[in-house]
Design a protein around this ligand. Structure first.
Ligand SMILES: NC(=O)C1=CN([C@@H]2O[C@H](COP(=O)(O)OP(=O)(O)OC[C@H]3O[C@@H](n4cnc5c(N)ncnc54)[C@H](O)[C@@H]3O)[C@@H](O)[C@H]2O)C=CC1
Ligand SMILES: CC(=O)C(=O)O
Ligand SMILES: [Mg+2]
Length: 379
């Protein structure tokens, strides 16, 4: 198969879909790889490294999209990228469609087969291709929130760790999955008082076992969130209902109960955000203020630490890229967890949560691919 890696074009997005090491795994297996010129230059992965791994360098994204049987990216395709996709072509990247109707429509119109990293599952109930970037975004969230708390950035002027004789900040994390756990770990390391809220008691028990009395766990109800945000200096939104638009857990009228200059970091913004007042921001202009509360809602947070993120992402995606390269769409029939990643195929919407979000017809991935009765079941 010919695999194409275009340069990312989202605001301040320096990640790249494959590292040179990833390219070498594919070329060693007999595949061809084309990489857009300077796709990884900003993070120290230059054309020569890709060429020595066996890739051919192409001058433009157009050439990559035209030649490739499968496009491997990082971020959801931007409108001009969607328009370069064609029927029969595979797209393997983050999509986050439930928060993005225009992209959903463009991908359906393209006829391409679009597999979303964030809905691929694993045998333990996890999301193995979302997890590495959730680890990064989770670890970044308290750092970014701490910067927002500085007076010069509009914040309340609270130092996360406090000092002897002055209390540290209260960091409240809503959602104790991969993002939430990693955010809590870093916030604790910075010296904050940390509370994690989740709706899963099993998850709260795991977190309690991991951290003991270093942090507090709270069952997530509207009431618990209402009480928590009154005392929080920073609230990190880290909830997920896989594939679906994020539930709105803090409404606009609740902001007035928060401390002036406190901070909302909405990591779940790529799924539409879990605070009513959240709207996607960029690394260039990451924050805005509403009712005295600073909002940080960057939808591609890991792009800020693009070198770490690129290696972490390729480590996770590569086995699946190899499966798709070796078998094409048959890889989806052979691996039911990869099949869960199928969001769009030949104009059909194959992710139920996205179909529900837009009131579109849902076709099961197996049916869309003509695999009914012939697909392995998830054990
Ligand atoms: N902005 C960015 O750059 C990035 C955003 N993300 C996003 O962060 C979000 C979280 O991702 P993960 O931690 O990997 O998901 P996860 O599935 O590991 O964890 C989500 C947690 O939210 C909990 N939850 C669901 N509803 C809740 C509620 N009402 N109250 C409290 N907890 C609730 C679940 O029980 C689960 O423990 C996702 O939307 C993901 O796409 C991930 C990486 C980068
Ligand atoms: C997961 C995601 O949205 C990102 O890494 O940008
Ligand atoms: Mg994102």
């Amino acid at each position: 198969m010919l695999i194409g890696v275009p340069k990312e074009i989202k605001n301040h997005e320096y990640r790249v879909g494959l590292t040179p090491a990833g390219v070498r795994e594919l070329t060693s297996a007999g595949h061809d790889v084309v990489v857009e010129t300077n796709a990884g230059l900003a993070i120290g992965l230059d054309n020569a490294q890709y060429e020595s791994a066996g890739a051919k360098i192409l001058d433009s994204a157009e050439a990559v999209f035209e030649q490739a049987d499968m496009i491997v990216k990082v971020k959801e395709p931007q409108p001009n990228e969607c328009k370069m996709l064609r029927e029969g072509q595979l797209l393997f990247t983050y999509l986050h469609l439930a928060a993005d109707k225009p992209q959903t429509d463009l991908l359906m119109a393209s006829g391409a087969t679009c597999v979303a990293y964030e809905t691929v599952t694993d045998a333990h109930g996890g999301l193995p291709l979302l997890a590495p970037m959730s680890e990064v975004a989770g670890r970044l969230a308290p750092q970014e929130g701490a910067a927002c708390l500085k007076k010069a950035n509009g914040g309340s002027g609270v130092l996360i760790g406090g000092v002897p004789g002055v209390s540290p900040a209260q960091v409240s994390v809503i959602g104790g999955g991969v993002v939430g756990l990693n955010a809590a770990r870093i916030a604790l390391g910075m010296g904050a008082n940390v509370t994690i809220l989740d709706r899963s008691l099993a998850r709260l028990k795991e977190i309690d076992d991991m951290f003991g009395d270093k942090l507090n766990t709270l069952f997530s109800t509207e009431e618990a969130i209402r009480e928590q945000i009154k005392i929080a200096d920073m609230v990190i939104g880290a909830v997920l209902i896989p594939g679906a638009a994020a539930p709105k857990l803090i409404s606009k009228d609740m902001l007035s109960t928060m401390k002036p200059g406190s901070v909302l970091v909405d990591v779940a913004i790529d799924q539409g955000g879990c605070f009513e007042t959240s709207k996607p921001t960029t690394h260039q202009e990451p924050t805005y203020e509403i009712d005295g509360v600073i909002h940080y809602c960057v939808a591609n947070m890991p792009g800020a630490v693009a070198r770490t993120s690129t290696f972490a992402l390729t480590n996770a995606t590569l086995p699946y890229v190899v499966q798709l390269a070796n078998k094409g769409k048959d890889a989806l029939a052979a691996n039911p967890h990869l099949l869960e990643g199928l969001n769009v195929h030949k104009g059909q919407l194959t992710c139920e949560a996205v179909a529900e979000a837009f009131n579109y017809d849902f076709v099961t991935p197996a049916k869309a691919l003509g695999l009914s009765g012939n697909v392995q079941k998830i054990a």
